[in-house]
Design a protein around this ligand. Structure first.
Ligand code: ATP
Ligand code: MG
Length: 333
């Protein structure tokens, strides 16, 4: 069994916590195209980290570098406490990787795919079989185990992919878009699987196009754009970066709409939709004072909805061709 010695770092609360993955000044170019322009990452052991970014931002490139599949041009990189430049073998022994594109061999059965992985990890025949059976059970693939993997659904293939990644009992796993193409139920199943791994103490580095997924799973999220980390933090911290929280009042009667619009002058009007939006942080206290205010002004809307910024707002604000933060969807008049 490889050793898993991890350096510690201070997380700001005075308690040092072990670091599973760290990168300082990570750079990678292809020809004259700079993909990663000196990025820093720091992932505490046992946490879930999500890397977001538009297509082509360099997410897969980052995963491939940190999982030793390709080398960086520069950067001080440590995975599982091992220096990637000095000892990539040791880092490799601590990790598992599920690529963006399936590693499942469709010509052989699920069981055979598992045994192949066990062989790659130099497990004995009996140990390989034991681990294979256990993982196939855990991922609800027992019934399908003897069928060619080419006959599996997308969700089954993805589960087999992750089961194969876990054969070597990695302490750190990289999941490159683990739920792309899965239906909502399969996606939730996958989230359950990922949460299970985390509760076993595994560190998860995932990339995703689904902001909801990062919101659900990740302790920390980084948004990659134009070769740099555009923002990094918890989902809540990222959401605070963008404006856009508001309360929307919708009317069906144009006369009621007009009198409300006249009474509430500091609002954004949408004359076509007969709706007014009032900037708000969405807190209970503010909501109550707005409701009181509407009551006292004699305004009764047909519909009232509270909008808080979500990760989509963050994504649009931080990424994009010119990387200019979007204006809030409505501006104050
Ligand atoms: N082997 C390669 N040779 C040349 N360019 C490459 C190579 N691999 C990746 N690139 C380029 O690097 C950039 C980043 O690619 P990467 O696959 O890391 O993006 P990504 O963020 O994973 O995108 P997606 O969301 O589409 O999966 C792209 O412009 C891509 O064309
Ligand atoms: Mg990718």
């Amino acid at each position: 069994m490889p050793s898993f010695v991890m350096p510690t770092s201070n997380q700001g609360d005075g308690h040092p916590s072990p670091t599973a993955v760290s990168a300082v000044g990570l750079r990678k170019s292809y020809g004259d195209k700079t993909v990663l322009d000196g990025i820093d990452l720091h992932i505490p052991a046992g946490s879930v980290f999500a890397l977001l970014g538009p297509n082509g931002a360099g997410k897969t490139t980052a995963v491939k570098i940190l999982s030793t599949l390709i080398t960086a041009d520069a950067g001080d990189l440590h995975v599982g406490g091992h220096d990637l430049a000095a000892d990539p073998q040791a880092a490799r022994a601590a990790i598992g990787v599920t690529g963006q594109f399936s590693a499942v061999d469709g010509l052989i059965t699920g069981e055979e795919n598992m045994l192949l992985m066990a062989d790659l990890h130099h497990l004995s025949k009996s140990e390989g079989r034991r681990v294979g059976v256990e993982l196939l059970e855990r991922f609800d693939l027992v019934e399908a185990a003897k069928k060619p993997a080419s006959t599996y659904s997308g969700g089954m293939k993805r589960r087999l992919d992750i089961a194969m990644t876990l054969v070597g009992s990695p302490r750190i796993i990289f999941l490159d878009e683990p739920t792309t193409g899965l239906d909502p139920r399969s996606r939730h199943t996958m989230w359950g699987i990922i949460r299970g791994l985390v509760s076993d103490g595994v560190t998860v580095f995932l990339t995703t196009q689904y902001l909801e997924e990062a919101d659900e799973l990740a302790d920390r999220i980084a948004v990659l754009n134009d070769g740099k980390i555009a923002a990094e933090g918890t989902a809540e911290e990222l959401k605070r970066l963008v404006p856009g929280g508001h309360i929307r009042l919708r009317f069906t009667d144009p006369v009621a709409y007009q009198s409300a619009a006249d009474a509430l002058r500091e609002v954004t009007r949408d004359d076509e939709a007969l709706s007014l939006s009032i900037p708000s942080d969405g807190s209970q206290r503010e909501l109550r004072s707005i409701l009181d205010w509407l009551d006292s002004a004699g305004i009764e809307a047909d519909e009232l909805t509270v909008h808080t910024p979500d990760l989509d707002d963050v994504f649009f604000a931080l990424t994009g061709p010119a990387n200019v933060p979007n204006q809030p969807k409505e501006s104050l008049r």
